[in-house]
Design a protein around this ligand. Structure first.
Ligand code: HEM
Length: 186
């Protein structure tokens, strides 16, 4: 809602793939939704659901970038900060889904745990086992919302008024609920 051109681009993609009149977007329709995937990745980069992942425990002594981590140390990984690190991400604080498409320089960066600059599901043996289920649900939900509706702000609310403040905890959530008006376009 703060960047309508991204939403328009996303809606154009979804609506170009889904035949007019098809009520529900389903999994088989998702294959070519390249931009939708990029939007979800960019959202998870800036707003990872579990900003500090889950606490881990070092099982053996190890040295990371010159820092000695003794066995038994509780390790907390700040995935939120990792996703906003300007040494890994150009214009790190900006929402730019194109960075994950062919146009961008993070085209091949994925959340499967091999790209340590992007860890919304963690990495290693404790990586989230629900990645595929979680992503499939987000993709389907977003694709359906984009296909069925045009979205507007309530009367009197402007784009600049949208409060993106987050409340941190085990999971992160919006401080203020996002209230939007759906206009059916089916
Ligand atoms: C978009 C949706 C989801 C996100 C962003 C997410 C994120 C995460 C993260 C960050 C972790 C911690 C990984 C680590 O510490 O390295 C985790 C762990 C876990 N997730 Fe998810 N998750 C999602 C969906 C799901 C779903 C759908 C399930 C189950 C059906 C699930 C089950 C689990 C379990 C069991 C763990 C603990 C794994 C372990 O400690 O060995 N997650 N998830």
């Amino acid at each position: 809602m703060r960047r309508p051109h991204f939403m328009r681009k996303l809606q154009d993609e979804v609506r170009s793939i889904i035949p007019r009149g098809q009520e529900i977007v389903n999994e088989a329709d998702m294959n070519n939704m390249v931009y939708l995937r990029a939007v979800i990745k960019e959202s998870l980069r800036l707003y990872p659901v579990a900003p500090l992942l889950a606490p881990h425990l070092a099982m053996a002594d190890c040295t990371i970038h010159g820092y000695m981590v003794p066995a038994g140390t509780r390790v907390v990984v700040n995935a939120w900060a990792v996703g906003r690190d300007s040494s890994s991400w150009e214009d790190a604080e900006e929402f730019i889904p194109e960075r994950f498409t062919d146009e961008g320089n993070a085209t091949n960066v994925n959340f499967k745990g091999n790209d340590f600059q992007f860890l919304p599901f963690g990495a290693g043996r404790r990586i989230c086992p629900g990645i595929n289920l979680g992503i499939a649900n987000v993709e389907l939900m977003l694709a359906n919302l984009m296909n069925h509706f045009d979205w507007e702000l309530p009367v009197g609310v402007e784009r600049k008024d949208i409060d993106m403040t987050e409340v941190f905890g085990l999971t992160v959530r919006r401080k203020e609920k996002l209230l939007l008006i759906p206009k059916s376009c089916m």
